[in-house]
Design a protein around this ligand. Sequence first.
Ligand SMILES: C[S@@+](CC[C@H](N)C(=O)[O-])C[C@H]1O[C@@H](n2cnc3c(N)ncnc32)[C@H](O)[C@@H]1O
Length: 242
Amino acid sequence: MNAQAHYDNHLAAFYAWMTGNFDTKQQEQEAYFSNKHITPTGSAVAIDLGAGHGLQTISLANLGFTVYAVDFNQHLLSELNARAKGMTVRTILANIANAAQYTMNAELITCMGDTLTHLESVQQVNTLLGEWNSILPEGGKLVLSFRDLTQELEKEERFIPVRAEDERIHTCFLEYFPGFVRVFDMLMEKQNGQWIQKVSSYQKLRLGIEQVKIMLSAAGFVVQDHEVIQRMHYLVAVKRKD
Ligand SMILES: C[S@@+](CC[C@H](N)C(=O)[O-])C[C@H]1O[C@@H](n2cnc3c(N)ncnc32)[C@H](O)[C@@H]1O
């Protein structure tokens, strides 16, 4: 199953529950942007790629950006829209790989919460970094956050408890291959007193942090900041002068 089918048929329905309290997570993202001085300085337009239910989109709108939130899953964009009422947010149902759709004059592009590893190949990541660079003005910023999955978890470590409540339990299982990890999202749900198991899987790229930094540099960015927060690598990259 590809990533889109995985979200459409399985993960999107419980993604918001899986991530926990929206306000807490959203405020963490907003604090991150504030700490890194990610505030409008030019067009005040941001494109949030793989926006999901809006943790970064809402944060950026709160900080004064007009945000174009791009995602290929309608369920998550509908949740985002419900939260973004009255805010300077537009949702776009599309594949983020289609860079030609970004005709808006953005000064900021974000691709966060591990969306980068959902792409099809390292080559596609490489191509997109170049295209995102060409969209931005000089000094424009790209903010990425992703997990470096190059280190293999072994044996029992590959079973990751994500969230458990009385009627619902979510566990992840990781199977490693050269270049990618197959991620199984196993959901147990109690329905009419019976436990029902639903399992679906998709691939994530095993992108190394140094590899991404090299690709960013080759694409025309300078990495301005790198921080690891809850095992997620956060990078702020700035488009450099030619
Ligand atoms: C792990 S979630 C991250 C969502 C959000 N940024 C966050 O931090 O909660 C990845 C999101 O990217 C979307 N996505 C993954 N690959 C995509 C693609 N090629 N085009 C559009 N959306 C994509 C998924 O639907 C999902 O909403």
